[in-house]
Design a protein around this ligand. Structure first.
Ligand code: ADP
Length: 258
């Protein structure tokens, strides 16, 4: 892991807000910018990254007792899903075994040199994501939330989680922010709007941007062809690109300080 310049944990106060979707598309956007990028799916109970990248049937090779991450679309990928006998198996390992698997991800995977590693943490701010985040030691946290007012509660927990670990917060992303009607083109604020931005103001952390709800995002997660690789432009695509500009700036500044 020492050959990795920046490790970003993508986290959320709760499940289902689009954390893994955001993690995959951010990783790909960074790789399209020319960076060497890896993605570590540390969401041990719902490891969906291989499905989202269309590599569910792949297994990593082991060479000289090192695990070689699966390469796809210019990304190096490691996931708990690769270690399961089939995609329907739930992970029911007890605590110590789970931690052993995660520390293997840390120590025994030959990531080689990477500019960025995106870590998809398990949802929530409980013991499990905490132990995993402690093991993986990132230098930035991205918090994914939804637009409702209650998002503030979840974001506050997530910001405190990062603070507890001494991990600087890169910023908050408001996902599922508005739906563009495919018929009339008008925007419908299905889950309200602005909760993520409000949270970032109150919690004094940067706001990285809004990603609208787009049908193509759901379709692409299911088909294994990530959204960002779709042809054509869209608001969500723009949003991912603008977010990455802010992420780059955040780490550039950090490098200047060092
Ligand atoms: P989490 O990792 O937080 O549990 P996922 O990334 O698995 O959430 O996303 C949950 C579901 O929501 C998936 O079906 C995904 O395709 C969908 N989804 C996520 N973000 C968006 C979005 N901006 N627009 C439409 N669907 C989305």
């Amino acid at each position: 892991m020492s050959e990795i310049k920046h490790k970003i944990m993508v986290m959320s106060g709760k499940g289902g807000v689009g954390k893994s979707t955001v993690a995959v598309n951010l990783a790909l956007t960074l790789s399209m910018e020319g960076y060497k990028v890896g993605i570590l799916d540390a969401d041990i109970h719902g490891p969906n990254i291989p499905k989202m990248l269309g590599i569910e049937d792949k297994k990593p090779d082991v060479i000289d007792s090192k695990i070689i991450p699966v390469s796809v679309l210019n990304l190096k990928v490691m996931s708990m899903a690769f270690l399961l006998p089939d995609t329907d198996s739930p992970v029911i390992w007890r605590g110590p075994l789970k931690m052993k698997a995660i520390s293997q991800f840390t120590n025994d995977v030959a990531w080689e040199d990477l500019d960025y590693m995106i870590i998809d943490l398990p949802p929530g701010t409980g013991d499990e994501p905490l132990s995993i985040a402690q093991l993986l030691k990132s230098d930035g946290a991205i918090i994914v939330t939804t637009p409702q007012d209650v998002a503030l509660l979840d974001s506050r927990k997530a910001v405190n989680f990062a603070k507890q670990l001494n991990v600087p917060v890169v910023g908050i992303i408001e996902n599922m922010s508005g739906l563009i009607c495919p018929h009339c083109g008008k925007e419908i604020d299905l889950f309200k709007k602005g909760g993520g931005e409000k949270a970032s103001k109150e919690l004094k952390v940067p706001f990285l941007g809004r990603i609208p709800i787009e049908m193509k995002i759901v379709e692409s997660s299911d088909s294994g062809i990530p959204f960002i690789l779709n042809n054509g432009n869209s608001k969500a695509k723009e949003a991912f690109k603008n977010i990455i500009l802010k992420v780059e700036k955040f780490f550039e500044k950090k490098e200047e300080v060092i």
